[in-house]
Ligand binder design. Structure first.
Ligand code: XIL
Length: 320
């Protein structure tokens, strides 16, 4: 099974050790933020494909596949999109964007995270769709529209929906899992070209994995004929104890429980982490530790030494 990681453009360009780690371990790469709207479209007219193209060139040179992240997301939207003021205009921009971006990478990006994080933060036991420009102007069918447009632009591409916080024990997670399962089932019933589901896997290290809930979710996806992808695995260690050996062991154990529950129901198409080394991780932006110690969410440490989390990932990648 392929292992993948998201790629940050700066160390890709500046740091040989970073490139070597990707070349040594990865079969897939995902541009970290180069395909977000706010990076791709600094103005309404201009498209900036520099980042995506650079990661693609690296992937091609090393016989890796590049994943597409992401076409529709509530976040990382450029300022100019605030001027959008009608359903017709929203639909026109969505169409322009998806056609332009997907056709540019047609046959190159074989898997697209078409809609990212469609499920809201639940209030209590139920979760609906997350507020966004798209939901506001186009209603819940914005998801159908996005998938249909992506399918038109590259009929051979695998199109997936991607979300987080479905794996742990708790009401919040159960609500999100339920909401995502229902959304996916409805999309399939409406004949939307949806081929798979991405579990981001930003695991909240302080909670246990809901192994039954997660396996059950993955079984449901499998019975709908969908592939399952682990797209952004890392373990949020903000609330885990400070000692490094202990923390690394706990991080690995959570990932083990997560992957074990997924594998109990289906073999995923990929295990991808959100970064490869603790040296470059988004984690402190959102989940800084109170004691000021650096986060250790990823399979390799700041010096590119493998951590117990790598042992777990490597084990599952080799498992039948
Ligand atoms: C993070 C990225 O790593 C940052 O570069 C970005 O600025 C903010 O978000 N879910 C996702 C990713 O789908 O795109 C997010 O990435 C992490 C949460």
């Amino acid at each position: 099974m392929p292992y993948g990681a998201c790629v940050n453009i700066k160390p890709l360009q500046d740091e040989a050790e970073y490139r070597v780690a990707l070349e040594t371990y990865c079969q897939q790469v995902t541009p970290e933020y180069g395909l977000y709207w706010d990076y791709l479209r600094p103005t309404r007219e201009a498209f900036n494909f520099d980042y995506g193209d650079a990661v693609l060139a690296f992937a091609d040179a090393n016989e890796m596949l590049m994943r597409g992240h992401t076409l529709v997301w509530y976040a990382a939207m450029p300022e100019w999109t605030k001027q959008i003021s009608s359903a017709a205009e929203a639909e026109r921009e969505l169409e322009t964007h998806i056609q332009r971006v997907v056709s540019r990478y047609r046959g190159k990006i074989k898997t697209w995270h078409v809609v990212n994080e469609p499920i809201e933060e639940p209030k209590g036991k139920v979760a609906g769709l997350r507020p966004s420009l798209w939901l506001h102007y186009l209603g819940d069918r914005y998801i159908d529209t996005a998938f249909r447009l992506a399918h038109e632009a590259d009929p051979a591409a695998e199109l997936i929906i991607n979300d987080y916080d479905i794996e742990c024990v708790g009401e919040n997670f159960a609500a999100r899992r339920q909401a995502l399962a229902t959304l996916v089932r409805d999309l399939i019933e409406r004949g939307v070209p949806l081929h798979g589901v991405g579990l981001q896997g930003h695991i909240q290290g302080k909670y246990q994995i809901d192994t039954d809930g997660l396996s059950d979710f993955v079984s449901k996806m499998k019975s709908l004929g969908l592939s399952v992808h682990v797209t952004e695995l890392d373990v949020i260690d903000a609330a885990l104890p400070p000692p490094i050996a202990l923390r690394d062991a706990m991080v690995a154990a959570r990932a083990h429980d997560f992957l074990n529950a997924v594998f109990a129901a289906a073999r995923p198409a990929v295990i991808a982490t959100w970064g490869i080394t603790d040296r470059y991780t988004w984690m402190p932006m959102w989940f800084k530790r109170r004691d000021g110690l650096p986060n250790r969410p990823l399979p390799f440490d700041r010096d590119y030494q493998p951590k117990p989390l790598w042992t777990v990932i490597d084990y599952f990648c080799r498992k039948d």
